[in-house]
Design a protein around this ligand. Structure first.
Ligand SMILES: Nc1ncnc2c1ncn2[C@@H]1O[C@H](COP(=O)(O)OP(=O)(O)O)[C@@H](O)[C@H]1O
Ligand SMILES: O=P(O)(O)O[C@H]1O[C@H](CO)[C@@H](O[C@H]2O[C@H](CO)[C@@H](O)[C@H](O)[C@H]2O)[C@H](O)[C@H]1O
Length: 466
């Protein structure tokens, strides 16, 4: 244990420069002031026989006046790293080389095996869900999409997500998958297992094991393929495009509605009375304030945005709230053989946990998806072409594509009459939620993909001024 802690502390010296380069690292703007070890344990050790060791290290990262906790899976090997792991190198730690073990398929297999065996290591509980039998022979591979967390696939059967930023409390991704499983929801990936524990006197979720849908396309890939065809075939009416997405958009709306109904069945509803709607507006304004402080390009739209937000409180009806997905977009939905499946119920990664687990209007998810149709329509143009250089006929077609699919999604959402909110009954709330999401996206793009920041900014210009 002493040697382990020494290694872990030697490691922190390397992390100030390594962490900001990771896609999953949240605060890309501030200088890291300090990295300290919160918890360190060895999960697997083959060093005595010349193999790797897997250390589980939780670090506290102080930056921008806050301390966030991150989970690291640290592989340690003697001598040179195999070439396949070179991209994952963190640096030398005493006589060993440290690297990100989430990329070491031998070690990720060991983690899966701990779940299959219901083991406890260093106070961490590896558990499979009741009745789930995990095949431990399947080889693992990393997935190419490196996002807020790190995921590994096993033989086209399972996907294991290892959370990076750790919240104080059970992850909504785990909580909602369990809740949806308990009511037999058909539009989620079945949960097979989880890695949980306690950290600094609060529950923590380290990972999830779920059904992997092989050979599926996500909504973003399908929608953007459709937009590409639309641009490449300027003479073909949208409805006649082989890749027209509107039927799928409608089915997607039905699937989202079914998940919302299931969430109500599992976790209930609350009502925000009319005289409390100003607190909803205050929340939106506070998020806007935070982004305005960072992104000057948003300033010209501030009065228009605040006006749209203010209209929410003028609505004469109470708003019914429930647990929702919280960060729904086309990249979070998979078209599988069993229909559309929603993944990643964590909510917006940048929001604090208490906000992410709060009940909210289901229209927030609807708004997220509407924003995504806008993104899919415009992303091929924005960042590559100056606004004034966009051929107006191309612009008209992508706007028509977005309108068509947004309408189809809303039609599908309302079709079966199974949800608590009709998107067309409260246009002021829907518009404000779209703007709130677009404001969030401005900050997200500013941090992660600066050349995309014009996508939400141009939508804000439209939503806040019309
Ligand atoms: N059950 C699944 N089946 C197939 N692919 C999946 C599944 N879950 C996630 N993925 C793929 O992994 C990617 C990352 O998963 P996600 O849960 O969104 O992680 P993150 O929290 O890092 O954003 C998704 O965009 C999708 O491509
Ligand atoms: O999937 P995550 O939970 O990591 O969500 C974050 O990243 C998303 C991008 O990967 C981001 O989504 C934004 O870009 C999408 C296209 O890449 C677009 O479909 C979404 O509408 C847009 O919001 C998401 O906001 C962020 O939280």
């Amino acid at each position: 244990m002493t040697a382990l802690v020494t290694h872990a502390e030697a490691l922190t010296g390397l992390l100030s420069s390594w962490l900001p380069k990771q896609r999953w690292f949240g605060d890309k703007q501030s200088h890291i002031d300090d990295v300290s070890v919160v918890k360190a344990d060895t999960w697997f050790d083959d060093l005595p026989s010349g193999g790797p060791r897997l250390d589980h290290v939780v670090v506290g990262v102080a930056s921008g006046g806050r301390v966030e906790r991150y989970q690291l899976l640290v592989g340690l090997r003697r001598g040179e790293l195999p070439e396949r792991l070179d991209h994952a190198r963190i640096g030398p730690v005493e006589d060993l080389v440290a690297y990100d073990a989430a990329h070491d398929l031998d070690l990720t297999g060991e983690i899966r095996d701990l779940i299959a065996a219901n083991k406890d290591v260093g106070g961490v509980r590896f558990r499979h869900e009741p009745g789930a039998v995990i095949d431990t022979d399947l080889a693992s591979r990393p997935i190419s999409a490196e996002q807020s967390n790190t995921s590994v696939v096993f033989g086209g059967e399972y996907i294991m997500k290892l959370f990076r930023k750790l919240d104080r409390g059970v992850s909504p991704d785990l909580e909602l998958h369990r809740a949806l499983r308990s009511v037999g929801s058909e539009h989620i990936a079945e949960l097979y297992g989880a890695i949980e524990g306690e950290l600094q006197d609060a529950p923590v979720t380290y990972g999830l094991l779920q059904k992997f849908f092989a050979n599926t396309a996500d909504g973003w890939a399908m929608a953007t393929a459709s937009v590409r065809d639309l641009i490449n075939e300027p003479e073909t009416p949208i409805a006649e495009l082989g890749s027209d997405f509107s039927t799928e958009a409608c089915r997607l709306g039905q699937a989202v509605a079914a998940v919302h109904r299931d969430l109500v069945t599992a976790l209930g509803t609350e009502v925000v009375p009319v005289d409390r709607l100003d607190s909803v507006v205050a929340g939106m304004n506070a998020r806007l304030d935070a982004v305005l402080r960072r992104v000057s390009g948003l300033a010209p739209f501030e009065p228009g945005i605040r006006r749209v937000f203010a209209e929410v409180a003028d609505h004469g009806e109470p708003v019914i709230v429930q647990r929702i997905h919280g960060d729904l977009h086309l990249g979070q939905v998979l078209r599988t053989l069993q229909g559309w499946v929603l993944i990643d119920f964590e909510g917006e990664p940048a929001r604090p946990l208490p906000e992410r687990v709060a009940k909210m209007s289901p229209l927030r998810d609807v708004a997220g998806m509407l924003r995504s149709f806008d993104y899919a329509a415009h992303h091929l143009l924005v960042g590559h072409v100056e606004a004034e250089e966009i051929d107006p006929s191309v612009d008209e077609r992508v706007v028509e594509w977005a309108d068509r699919n947004r309408a189809a999604f809303i039609e599908g959402y309302a079709k079966d009459g199974i949800t608590l909110a009709d998107p067309e009954a409260n246009p002021a709330l829907l518009r404000a939620l779209e703007l709130d999401k677009a404001v969030y996206e401005v900050a997200y793009e500013y941090d992660n993909r600066p050349s995309w920041v014009d996508i939400p900014l141009r939508s804000i210009a439209r939503l806040a001024t019309t």
